[in-house]
Write a protein that binds this ligand. Structure first.
Ligand code: IMP
Length: 184
């Protein structure tokens, strides 16, 4: 066991809740490290997460996540700009951009940058899916009400319970890989 307690630097409580549920399966306690979003402009999630991590001075085992929604027909947009686009256009704006579009495939990607006294390590999780044609469900956050995972039953993440989303999500996949690695 490398660690049984690590920090997650974020301003997003939903991320803490989802990641804590996954890491608890590996006997790892996740502690919220409040962090305001100061992100570099980059089209690479791994670079963004690693840069944010390097800005943290404390000598504690800590992980930063950067996630995004990549829409294939829009050449990966909004990708690393997901939070900005969500704020400006919202889910209705994304659906408007995709109106009349039949090819609706998309993926969520979660990139983790973790650091402890031994170094910096990166982990990734991906979930493939497609965009719904309308906003469905009140659970989750962000783009969840318009994202239908391929391995589900046709419901959006917004229509799933936390446990159901966590069985399939990009975040749970990335944190499972981290959890396995930490318990090796
Ligand atoms: P960030 O990792 O906080 O930069 O997330 C980028 C954007 O993607 C935010 O606006 C989130 O709302 C959205 N996002 C990231 N992960 C998820 C998710 O699991 N569900 C829905 N939206 C997400």
């Amino acid at each position: 066991m490398k660690k049984n307690e690590i920090y997650l630097g974020t301003s997003n409580q939903n991320k803490v809740k989802e990641a804590a549920a996954v890491l608890s399966l590996y006997g790892i306690k996740l502690i919220h490290y409040p962090l305001e979003r100061v992100e570099i402009q980059s089209d690479n999630l791994k670079e963004i997460a690693t840069f944010s991590l390097k800005n943290i001075q404390e000598n504690i085992p800590i992980v930063i996540e950067d996630a995004g929604l990549f829409i294939n027909k829009l050449k990966g947009f909004p990708g690393p700009y997901s939070s900005y686009v969500l704020e400006k256009l919202g889910n209705p704006g994304i659906l408007k951009l995709m109106e009349y579009e039949k090819e609706r495939s998309a993926q969520y990607i979660s990139e983790l940058a973790y650091r402890d006294e031994t170094g910096i390590y990166n982990f990734q999780g991906v979930v493939e899916g497609s965009l719904s044609t309308n906003i469905r469900g009140n659970n989750g956050f962000g783009y969840d009400p318009i994202f239908i995972p391929n391995e589900g039953d046709g419901r959006t993440f917004g229509e799933m319970s936390d446990i159901e989303k966590n069985n399939l999500s990009h975040r749970s996949r990335a944190f499972k890989t981290l959890g396995k690695w930490l318990t090796q």
